[in-house]
Write a protein that binds this ligand. Sequence first.
Ligand code: Q46
Ligand code: ZN
Ligand code: ZN
Length: 303
Amino acid sequence: MKCRVCRGEAVIDIRRHNANFCAPHFLHHCEEQVAKTIADFEMFVPHDRVLVAVSGGKDSLGLWDLLLRLGYAVDGFYIGLGIEGYSDESGDYARAFAKERHVTLVEVDLPDDYGFDVPNGAKAARRVPCSACGLSKRHLFDKAALDGGYDVVATGHNLDDEAAVLFGNVLRWNTDYLARQRPVLAARAGFPRKVKPLVRLGEREMAAYCVLRGIDYQVEECPMADGNRHLGYKEALNAIEVQSPGSKHAFYFGFLDKVAPALHEEAEQERDALGRCTRCGAPSAGEVCSFCRLVDRATKARS
Ligand code: Q46
Ligand code: ZN
Ligand code: ZN
């Protein structure tokens, strides 16, 4: 197996690009893919302040590393979710990364700062854990970005994640979710700009990137993910990809190219139509936003 660029010994093959790379050229390839994504979708410019959501896993730490190498001013944001056997360790990886590189990690802890953890909060609110968790993460991330004066928030969703979410939304024709599934969401009152710079890189590439860069990350997935429908969609897409390399990329980028523009208007109107939460001021369809309601129910159940 020879590197496409230098003909040296390759360490990874990427079938959808029909290419093999040696370590240095693979790392360069990852940087190039991220730089191209940022430029193509006009995600941010060099003087923008970027806040990246870090979970301690390969995607978010890999993304933080890539953005720093590309010369952007990026701080990390970590939320302690209080998930036993997972959260303590994930926080350690995020802190170690920040310390080694002398970069800032902003932290919020659900149990310490809001009085509940994801498993108990979900139970009290009668939501599945990932729904209570996702809702809390979105709310706290928006708040941290606005409070800290960041121009843009970045998440480590990769091509596999986005293709799987798209697959699920298409299976159910969730047009409101489809309308919001783009790698850039513009800023609106109460919402920072949101970007996903890893959409050209797959899960396997992000794992290889971290290993080759010597980035320590949490390998174990969150224990609450079991039964998450997206895992099944990922498996289905992986089986298709084996038969037909490039399918995930064609599926996701074909959607962005051909379908997303038609749905765009709908998403913008929906966001503009939102009022404000009377408690915390966040954008909300009701008088009190769903995060404040979750906090109420979760903390009442404990007291
Ligand atoms: S952390 Fe939270 Fe994920 Fe765990 S509870 Fe679900 S959403 S699986 S990315
Ligand atoms: Zn090479
Ligand atoms: Zn609120």
